[in-house]
Design a protein around this ligand. Sequence first.
Ligand code: SF4
Length: 336
Amino acid sequence: MSSILNIRHDWSIEEIQGIYHTPLLELVYQAATVHRNFHNSLEVQVCTLLSVKTGGCPEDCSYCGQAARYHTGIKVKSLMSRDEVIQIATRAKEAGSSRFCMAAAWREVRDNRDFDTILDMVTGVNELGMEVCCTLGMLTESQAQKLQQAGLYAYNHNLDTSREKYEEIISTRTYDDRLNTINHVRKAGISVCSGGIIGLGETHEDRIRMLHTLSTLPVHPESVPVNALARVKGTPLENMPKTDAWEMIRMIATARILMPASIVRLSAGRAEMSGEEQSWCFMAGANSIFTSESEELLVTPNPGISQDRELFSLLGLKPMQRINNLEKEAVYDLNK
Ligand code: SF4
């Protein structure tokens, strides 16, 4: 157990296989122990995700209802105004969110008026005292720097799956493109949010390999979203079987052990999970959820704020205040 109470960046595939395949109750116990050494287990960060530009994306991510090439019936919406976004962020803060993530369905950021509007939004949300995060597709180094200067706290760019599986899921950009953007974000001094999706038809080995890539980065992503595929009609993955909650619990517990100081986010797929199943995810080390006024996570269903409040009250959980685990990593990296 002592070896898993340190932050490590040198995990081998074999070690991760050993953790991932640990009998479930023992795995959850170990993850819960690690969780308590690095975090207040009674706090869960509530993060609001807002789609500021929806649909019409030129990419071909097989799971995504916003890709223009799939007939999903999702209505394309152009970029929202800064004022509208700030009003929503203000209400999100009042409702208990300490982090606000703005998503745009773009392949990459372009240096144009829309990007200037995003920079204004970032500054405005930052001024509210929230952790402000964006997910806008691929970024250059100079765009990452502009976002940092505008007050961006975090940038989300998921690896989605293993390098080996990636080409079956997305053909319009490469795994290395993903890693390059993460690198640009890190170099700009912005915290990294990167995780993946299970239920894409991947093997256990793919999940282990994705976790290996994330947990052997020179600095762990400060935020690691674990998503279950939300099956969207009209996408190539619409007929995949529902992801078993125990698979999510195993994935979350393994991520918690490998990246102990990170916030592990129980992300897409919650709408199909019971309160009991979500509680197991919290026990396994998840310490963040996404919420939105529209009861949607981008374009797929998500539990409503009142349901989450009930669950928090039942479990004695409270929303985490704004955190800064950029420094935490440095502090805990002393192999104490
Ligand atoms: S996941 Fe993002 S990049 Fe991929 S199709 Fe959807 S909006 Fe575009």
